[in-house]
Design a protein around this ligand. Structure first.
Ligand code: D5M
Ligand code: FE
Ligand code: ZN
Length: 552
């Protein structure tokens, strides 16, 4: 079985596979594999890692493990906070222990949860009903990249998106491109391919080259097919799509174009208690355009110290704060930046960020990823912030660092599976704002296009489908920018203006910023709208945008 098949089979059963476990899974015989798939009954861990897999395969005995606590312990280990709880779990799973030894180990687990061992805030998390689990982050890879990495990267992308497309009725009989080339004229066929070329013919039709492992073929979308021509105009290089049509000589005349898209039946998830999640990004601390007084107003509000009674009541119920990149303005990001900085060393900038975040109530979980101004490589996936520069932010007990992109789950409990939140700063959005025809010609100002862009990317099931739209690190195992699990929230920043919408029950949120319009933005016609914060009621899924600028 291929890695992709394994990942999707396990996903159907509700598991994610960590990369260290994947290789081992590949070598399992069918019987062990299906035993494994069906091992858990009601409660189960979210992510299968190598340790867990070793245990499941050897599976000498029944064990009672509190899987939620196991995941918490794993999380502490991964965060570099504490490995003891995790080791105790391994002991519990690994060995045939006497009841007495088990009791001792269980007591150790309880001890480890005492304040002082794990930070008090972590202990509190357990009681106030909030929860945070990282579902997907990306490792930093140091290996030198070769051509093969790109080849395998695109293969991984193709294979994954093909799986999604094959579920569509129109594409269930999709054939390989080699077979399509061998068909005689005027046969109805369907196929799935990756776009390697796109051009307009002299008659104004669109000609696209599609590729799969077996070969490449040209497809033609006639300009008179009004129903599909507009969406065909929006096709970009390197995306994966399906087509149905009629064969000609080494060409397919397209009758329908199918994008991976989201499932039509995803429910709009709501939780029972009235809690709020708050979304922001693009602080640009260190820039002379950074608006400190607005940010302080926001912090005052979230701490319950500002606003009318209704606003204060909402503030009390905020449990999650997402900060989606560009925490600082950075150093040397663009020519002449040094003249526009008030803090000119990077550690100083992050220390200031830490100072602001530390003012926020400690019972609010703050989830942070990097953006293109942060002090970390710009190629995506961007790793977590570099401790060398941002130790002071890392030190905050209620801050969790995640990669850009990443997928986290919030507010799960015994009775509720929680909300999945996909974080992505949005560096590539500029490309799609300008280069996708329906978005460029939408009649919206360039700063108001985030909703259209985010919907477009969800339809492509990819955060940056075309190669040139962002810098990225090719990976062999999977394409990290694929949108594999459909989130409940897709959150971004970068555009510096709030845009909230919903597409097939996925809430798309683009955050505002805390920086006034820069000369550069003025020059290129951007209209940022700083100091706005979308506040989402997780019980109703309604969003309010709060304003912390002077005029409010
Ligand atoms: O980007 C903030 C906003 O400014 C974002 O919408 C893009 C725009 N911007 C910034 N730099 C450029 C360049 N070089 N070309 C076009 N548009 C740009 P931020 O990441 O905060 O600088
Ligand atoms: Fe920014
Ligand atoms: Zn940015």
């Amino acid at each position: 079985m291929s890695g992709e098949e394994i990942i999707s089979r396990m996903m159907e059963k509700g598991f994610l596979i960590s990369p260290d476990a994947l290789d081992k899974l590949k070598n399992l015989d069918d019987e062990t594999f299906s035993k494994l798939e069906n091992f858990f009954k009601d409660e189960k861990p979210m992510v299968i890692n190598q340790d867990l897999l070793n245990f499941l395969i050897s599976n000498k005995k029944e064990v009672e493990i509190n899987w939620k606590e196991f995941e918490n312990a794993k999380f502490l280990l991964e965060k570099g906070k504490d490995q003891r709880a995790y080791n105790v779990f391994l002991d519990l799973m690994e060995y045939d222990l006497s009841d007495e030894k088990k009791k001792i180990l269980n007591e150790m687990l309880d001890d480890l949860k005492e304040p002082g061992e794990i930070s008090p805030e972590d202990a509190q998390e357990e009681n106030d009903g909030s929860s945070l689990v990282i579902l997907k982050m990306f490792e930093e890879t140091h290996r030198k990249k070769e051509v093969l990495d790109f080849v395998m990267h695109y293969q991984a992308r193709y294979n994954f998106l093909k799986k999604i497309l094959q579920n569509r009725v129109e594409l269930q009989e999709a054939i390989s491109i080699r077979r399509a080339l061998n068909k005689s004229n005027r046969e109805n066929i369907s196929l799935i391919g990756l776009v390697t070329d796109k051009r307009t013919t002299k008659n104004g039709n669109i000609m696209i080259t599609l590729e799969d492992i077996s070969g490449e073929i040209k497809i033609l979308i006639n300009k008179n097919r009004k129903d599909i021509f507009d969406s065909a105009k929006d096709i970009v290089l390197d995306e994966v799509l399906g087509v149905t049509g009629v064969t000609g000589d080494k060409i397919v005349f397209v009758s329908n174009v199918v994008f991976p898209d989201l499932p039509p039946d995803k429910p709009l998830k709501k939780c029972e208690d009235e809690v709020y999640a708050v979304f922001t990004s693009d602080l640009h601390v260190g820039s002379n355009m950074f608006i400190e007084k607005d940010l302080l107003k926001f912090i005052n509000w979230i701490n319950g110290k500002a606003g009318n009674s209704q606003q204060r009541e909402i503030a009390q119920k905020v449990k999650y704060l997402f900060v989606v990149g560009d925490l600082v303005d950075g150093i040397g990001i663009y020519p002449g930046q040094e003249d526009e900085l008030t803090i000119t060393d990077i550690n100083g900038q992050y220390d200031k960020v830490a100072e602001y975040l530390s003012m926020i109530r400690k019972d609010i979980k703050i989830i942070v990823c990097a953006g293109n101004h942060d002090a970390i490589r710009i190629s995506e996936p961007q790793p977590v912030l570099n401790k060398q520069y941002s130790q002071s932010v890392w030190d905050l007990p209620n801050v969790t660092m995640v990669t850009n992109p990443s997928l986290v789950n919030i507010h799960s409990s015994k009775n509720f599976e929680g909300f999945d939140v996909l974080l992505y700063h949005g560096y590539c959005f500029d490309y799609y704002a300008e280069n996708v025809e329906s978005i460029r010609n939408s009649g919206t100002h360039i700063s108001d296009r985030a909703t259209l862009i985010m919907k477009y990317l969800l339809q492509k099931r990819h955060l940056a489908p075309t190669h040139g739209s962002t810098l990225f690190v090719p990976t062999r195992e999977e394409d990290p920018l694929i949108i594999d699990k459909v989130p409940d929230f897709f959150v971004a920043g970068h555009i510096h203006k709030v845009n909230v919408d919903q597409y097939k029950h996925v809430t798309t949120i683009c955050c505002s910023c805390w920086q006034s319009k820069t000369d550069f933005q003025e020059k290129v016609g951007h209209s940022p709208e700083p100091s706005r914060v979308p506040v989402v009621n997780l019980k109703t899924r309604e969003t309010k945008v709060m304003k912390f600028s002077d005029e409010s």
